[in-house]
Design a protein around this ligand. Structure first.
Ligand code: IMP
Length: 478
C-alpha cells in the first residue's frame, strides 16, 4: 500500500515529524516534487529519535533529545532509517547537493540507499542565477524564493529545454542539450538582466562537472525508471510512503499564486511525480494524510486574513491585527516560529478553515495529523477563521467557506472568527502515552471541530517537538 503525506497549509506544518514516525513501517520513502528548497531535520540515535519538523531552508527547529542530528534538504528522510529513498520524476535534482548529503551521511556511518528517477530534471548553476535575478526585479510579486533555482528548472522542464537525470548518463546527449541551452541562457542573462554570465554559463565547465555526476550516478547504480521501480516494490507487497514537501497553499496550481513554489505538493503530484496511477495513490488500500499546524505561520509578504500581530517588512500595510501582537508573540516564541539562521520571525495567524477546506478538496485527505496542539496551551481562548466575508454586489452571498481563486481577492477577505475555550498546559508525554482521550477536553473540542468541518478523521495529534510526543489514533500503514 501507499501513504502520501501532504502539507495542508503554507509549508512548515511539521510534516517531517509524521514522515519520520510513519516511515518506520515503510520500505520505501519517495519524494515526488520540489528539490533542495525543502529543509528537514531528523535526530536519530540510541534514544528515541526526535524530529525537528519540516522547515524552510536555512531554518531548523531545535531538537531537544540526545541523538545525532541530520539536516537534509533533498535526500528523503527515510534513508536515515535504512529505508530506500527515491527522488521521483517530479523532483528537480541538484546533484551537488545530493552527493554532499549522501557523503555527509556516510561520514556519519550510515549507508543510505538513494535512487533517482531518470525522468527527474536537473538543476544547473544558471538556474540559481536566474532565480536570484528575477526575484530582484519582481518587486511586490517576488515570492521570496529559497534561491535554489527551483522555479527556473521547472520553467525549462515546461519549456522542453531541460536536462533530465537520464541525460547525464550519456555524454553525447548531455553535450547536445547543453550546446542548445547554454548560449540561449547566456544571451538572456546579458540582454535582460545585464549581468556577467561567468562560469555558470560555460558549456565546457558545465559538461565536465555534470558528466562526472552522471558517471557517479551510474557507478553507484542510483538511477531508476521511477515508476517501474516503485511498481515492482509494491508488487512485492512492500509499503511506500510518499513524502510531500512544502504545502498545498503554495502549490503552483492550487496555491496563492504567484507566491507559490513551482511544483505540485498536493496529492495529485504524487501520481504525476512518481509514475504510478491516481488509482494507486488514491486507491482503496491507500491513505492521503494532510498535516495541519493548529495555527498558521507564514514567511514572506502577501495577504494572510487570520494574521495576528504585525511583522515589519512582511505584513502588508493595513494587514494583521496589531492589538493581538501579544498572542502572536506568545505563539511564535512557544512554537519556535523563527528562522534559526536569519532569526526572522514568521507571521502568525489563527487556523484558516477556508484554506483547509480548499486543501481537503484538492487532496482528498483520508486522515489528518494536527501538530502544535501544545503550543496553543495556556491561551484563554483559541480562535479560528471559520469563513471569510468579502464585499459582493449581492450582500446575501458574501460569506465564503473556501478560498477565492485569486490571491488579490483573498487579500480582500475578512476572516469571521469562531472562539473556543482554551486548554491548559499538561504533561504532554503522559498524554502521548495514554492516547487521544487524555488530551484536554477543550483541545478535543477544537480538534473535533476541524475534523467535522473537513469530514476527515484525525489520525494523529502532535503535542511536542519530540518524535514520541505524538498521540497516534490510527497508523495509516496498519
Ligand atoms: P522556491 O520553492 O524556492 O521557488 O520558493 C517559492 C516559495 O515557496 C517561497 O515563498 C518560499 O518561501 C516557499 N517555500 C519553498 N520551500 C518551502 C518550504 O519547505 N517551506 C515553506 N515555504 C517554502
Amino acid at each position: 500500500m501507499t501513504v502520501t503525506i501532504v502539507g495542508a497549509q503554507l509549508g512548515d506544518e511539521g510534516k517531517g515529524g509524521m514522515v519520520d514516525r510513519w516511515s518506520e513501517r515503510a520500505d520505501v520513502v519517495c519524494r515526488y516534487q520540489g528539490g533542495d528548497n525543502a529543509g528537514h531535520t531528523v535526530v536519530h540515535g540510541d534514544t528515541p529519535a526526535t524530529d525537528g519538523g519540516t522547515t524552510s531552508v536555512g531554518e531548523t527547529d531545535t531538537a531537544s533529545q540526545v541523538g545525532t542530528e541530520y539536516k537534509l534538504s533533498l535526500v528523503p528522510s527515510g534513508a536515515i532509517r535504512g529505508k530506500v529513498g527515491v527522488l521521483g520524476n517530479g523532483c528537480v535534482v541538484n546533484p551537488e547537493v545530493l552527493f554532499s548529503e549522501i557523503e555527509g551521511l556516510r561520514e556519519r556511518g550510515l549507508d543510505p540507499d538513494v535512487r533517482v528517477a531518470e525522468r527527474a530534471h536537473v538543476i544547473f548553476p544558471y538556474h540559481r542565477v536566474f532565480d536570484g535575478s528575477e526575484e530582484d526585479e519582481k518587486g511586490e510579486l517576488a515570492a521570496g524564493t529559497t534561491g535554489k533555482g527551483i522555479g527556473p528548472a521547472y520553467e525549462d522542464k515546461a519549456g522542453r529545454r531541460g536536462v533530465r537525470v537520464g541525460d547525464l548518463l550519456d555524454p553525447e546527449i548531455l553535450r547536445e542539450r547543453l550546446e542548445y541551452i547554454v548560449p540561449r541562457k547566456r544571451a538572456v542573462c546579458e540582454a535582460v538582466y545585464d549581468i556577467d554570465p561567468g562560469e555558470a554559463f560555460d558549456i565546457e565547465e558545465l559538461f565536465a562537472e555534470y558528466r562526472a555526476y552522471g558517471e557517479r550516478l551510474a557507478e553507484e547504480n542510483m538511477t531508476v525508471n521511477g515508476g517501474e521501480f516503485l511498481d515492482e516494490r509494491l508488487a512485492r507487497g512492500e509499503q511506500v510512503l510518499f513524502e510531500g514537501a512544502q504545502g498545498t497553499g503554495i502549490d503552483i496550481d492550487h496555491g496563492i499564486y504567484p507566491y507559490v513554489t513551482s511544483s505540485n505538493p498536493s496529492a495529485g503530484g504524487a501520481a504525476v511525480g512518481t509514475g504510478l496511477g491516481p488509482t494507486v495513490i488514491g486507491g482503496a488500500e491507500s491513505e492521503i494524510v494532510g498535516v495541519v499546524k493548529a495555527y498558521l505561520s507564514r514567511v514572506g509578504t502577501g495577504p494572510l486574513p487570520t494574521e495576528l500581530g504585525f511583522v515589519e517588512g512582511q505584513t502588508p500595510d493595513g494587514g494583521g491585527d496589531p492589538e493581538a501582537a501579544d498572542i502572536a508573540t506568545e505563539i511564535r516564541d512557544k512554537g519556535g516560529e523563527y528562522g534559526t539562521v536569519t532569526g526572522r520571525p514568521r507571521r502568525i495567524g489563527w487556523l484558516d478553515m477556508p484554506m483547509l477546506r480548499h486543501a481537503a478538496r484538492v487532496n482528498g485527505f483520508t486522515g489528518l495529523a494536527v501538530n502544535h496542539i501544545d503550543t496553543l496551551a495556556g491561551l484563554d481562548a483559541v480562535k479560528v477563521g471559520h469563513s471569510y466575508t468579502v464585499d459582493t454586489d449581492d450582500s446575501s452571498a458574501n460569506e465564503r467557506l473556501t478560498m477565492p481563486t485569486t490571491t488579490e481577492r483573498w487579500g480582500e477577505c475578512e476572516a469571521t472568527l469562531r472562539t473556543f475555550d482554551g486548554w491548559s498546559e499538561t504533561d504532554w508525554n503522559e498524554v502521548a502515552d495514554e492516547g487521544y482521550d487524555a488530551l484536554p477536553e477543550n483541545a478535543r473540542t477544537y480538534l473535533e471541530y476541524v475534523s467535522n468541518e473537513l469530514s476527515t478523521p484525525i489520525y494523529a495529534v502532535g503535542v511536542g517537538p519530540d518524535r514520541e510526543q505524538t498521540v497516534v489514533r490510527e497508523d495509516p500503514f496498519a
